[in-house]
Write a protein that binds this ligand. Sequence first.
Ligand SMILES: O=C(O)CCC(=O)C(=O)O
Ligand SMILES: [Fe+2]
Length: 280
Amino acid sequence: MKLSSSQLEAYQRDGYVIVDCPFPQILTMNCLKAVDKVAVDPALISTDTRRNHYRLEPQIPGSYWCALDHSLPFLQIMLHPEIHEMARQLAGDDDVYLRNGGINELAPDHSFWWHRDSEMVYTEFMHYFSGASAAQGCLRVIPGSHIGSSEPFKEEAERRRKDQGYPDEYWVDGLADVALPGEVTLEVRPDQFIVRDSRIYHATGLNTSRDGRLMSHWLFRHGACDDHRFHFEDVLTEELIEALTREQRDALWLGRDFEIAEAYREEREREKGKVMWGVV
Ligand SMILES: O=C(O)CCC(=O)C(=O)O
Ligand SMILES: [Fe+2]
C-alpha cells in the first residue's frame, strides 16, 4: 500500500497521518493473543522495565526488550508486504531495512511527557493494537512540530510546568504533561495505525484505565543509512526465519555485511545470546 497524494500531503504538512490497517485483523488478534500468552502479573516484575513494559517482563534485567518485540506475530505486521511497500515509498528507496521494532505497554497511571524522539529524519509506524483512547493515554502531537527546532516547544512546556507547579523531575506517575498550544489527541482503533515523522513533538495522555495500553512501533532505514541495531540472524530463531517469506527476509538484511551502529554496540555485547525472539 502506498500513501495517497492527500495522505502524503498531510504527512508532510502535519508530520503524521492516521491510516487504516492494510492487513487482516487476524494479525492484530495474533499479537493480542501473544501478549496474553506471555504476560505475567505486573506485581511480579521487579526488574527495571525501562518504563516501556507493564506485564511484559524484560528478557534479562535492565533490557529494553521483552519476549515479543520482534516475535513472529509482530514481525508479520511490521514486514507485511503492504507496510513494506509504504516504507519503501516514504524512504524513497527499494532496499530499506527494518532497523527495529518494539512494544510499549503503558502501565496504568503512567504517561510519556513531551519530547522529540530523534533529530534524524525517518518514518515511525505506531500500531496501538489494544486501541488507544484519551483515557488510556493515547498519543498527543503538535501538528507541524517536525519542522525546524524543537526548542520553542521545549521552552513552552517548561514554562507551563513551572507555572502549574509541576515537580522538577520528569515522568512522574499519576500526572500527564501540560497541555501545549495546538496539540491534538490521536485516538486510534486497533484497525488503524499512525505513520509519523520521527521529529514530531509528542507526549501521551495519562493511562487512567486499569489495564496496560499496548503499542507496537517500528522503523525502517533507507539502504545507504548506516544505522543498524541488529544482525537479525543473531536474534531470531531459525523457526521464525523459516516462517517468513523471502520478501520479508529481504527487509531484515539477513546475512548481509554491515556494522552495528556505535550507539548499540554495548547493548548487543551485553545481550548477545541472551535476548532472542521466536514464533511464540
Ligand atoms: O507509548 C507511547 O504511546 C509513546 C511512547 C513514546 O513516545 C516513546 O517511546 O518515545
Ligand atoms: Fe517518543
